[in-house]
Ligand binder design. Structure first.
Ligand code: NAD
Length: 260
């Protein structure tokens, strides 16, 4: 379905991004995998995907908090693949803290990675997409793009921001064959969620079991974590021609959380 397309997936060395990258590769796209982590393990990961699906897969370890590294990543991907057709802005981090003691550097990191990085990647790939008259931009939002939770002020601000950014870009690109949408997952059990359990225990004075039951899954009417594959399959649909008229919208995959 995506043969001949080139995709860049940020934050694809773990969790949701990795599932998205694998799903796009399985569908025939060449993929640039951006993300942090142990370089040798990430190279092995890329080689495995390339071998399994017969596509080109390359690793880019740009730290997306730094606009200069984003520019270098896009330049490198363009030189290697001849352009990016599918941009998945997925990389994200979380920090849980009361606002009055929220570390300023954490605030800046979350805004830089979860929001501003998508601005930079988008502004850099849009000219290529316009030239081709085709493109897909999918930004990883969250249930927290639509509603808030306490102690997550930076994350909620960034995730609300990405929804607004996506809508604006969708309008600008609507007549160029380029769609821009936000996918808004509920709780998906990835390292990002696993890491915030201890912080939430500390912030709210709860046990681990209480955090999972009373904080995380309390919000999700299905009482089940969303799987990374469910998110990846929705991203794949948004990349398809069947989704060519879906733009500027946000797709909630949250077990009914935000409908309450
Ligand atoms: P994860 O921690 O499993 O993966 C995060 C990825 O981002 C990793 O590949 C990591 O290397 C990369 N990354 C971190 N800092 C980076 C940096 N400075 N530069 C480049 N890459 C960096 O997280 P996840 O749960 O898969 O989250 C992926 C996205 O989904 C995030 O935007 C997150 O906000 C969103 N999301 C997650 C959930 C959830 O429940 N897990 C729910 C809603 C939204």
């Amino acid at each position: 379905m995506l043969h001949g397309r080139n995709a860049l997936v940020t934050g694809a060395t773990s969790g949701i991004g990795l599932a998205v990258a694998e799903t796009l590769a399985r569908s025939g796209a060449n993929v640039v995998i951006n993300g942090l982590g142990e370089p040798a393990a990430n190279q092995t990961l890329c080689a495995g995907l390339a071998r399994r699906y017969g596509v080109r897969v390359s690793l880019n370890a740009a730290d997306l908090r730094d606009p200069a590294q984003i520019e270098a990543m896009i330049a490198e991907a363009t030189a290697e693949f001849g352009g990016i057709d599918i941009l998945i802005n997925n990389a994200g981090i979380q920090h849980v803290s009361p606002v009055e003691s929220f570390p300023v550097d954490k605030w800046n990191d979350i805004l830089a990675l979860n929001l501003t990085a998508a601005f930079h990647t988008t502004r850099l790939v849009v000219p290529q997409m316009k030239d081709k008259g085709w493109g897909r931009i999918i930004n990883m939002g969250s249930a927290h793009s639509l509603i808030a939770s306490p102690f997550k002020s930076a994350y909620v601000a960034a995730k609300h921001g990405i929804n607004g950014f996506t809508k604006s870009v969708a309008l600008e690109l609507a007549q160029h064959g380029i769609t821009a949408n936000t996918v808004c997952p509920g709780y998906v059990l990835t390292p990002l969620v696993e890491k915030q359990i201890p912080d939430t225990m500390a912030a709210r004075g709860l046990t681990e079991e209480q955090v999972i039951r009373d904080v995380l899954l309390a919000a999700q009417p299905t009482k089940q974590f969303v799987s990374v594959q469910e998110i990846a399959d929705s991203v794949l649909f948004l990349c398809s021609d069947a989704a060519r008229s879906i733009t500027g919208t946000s797709l909630s995959i949250d077990g009914g959380w935000t409908t309450q």
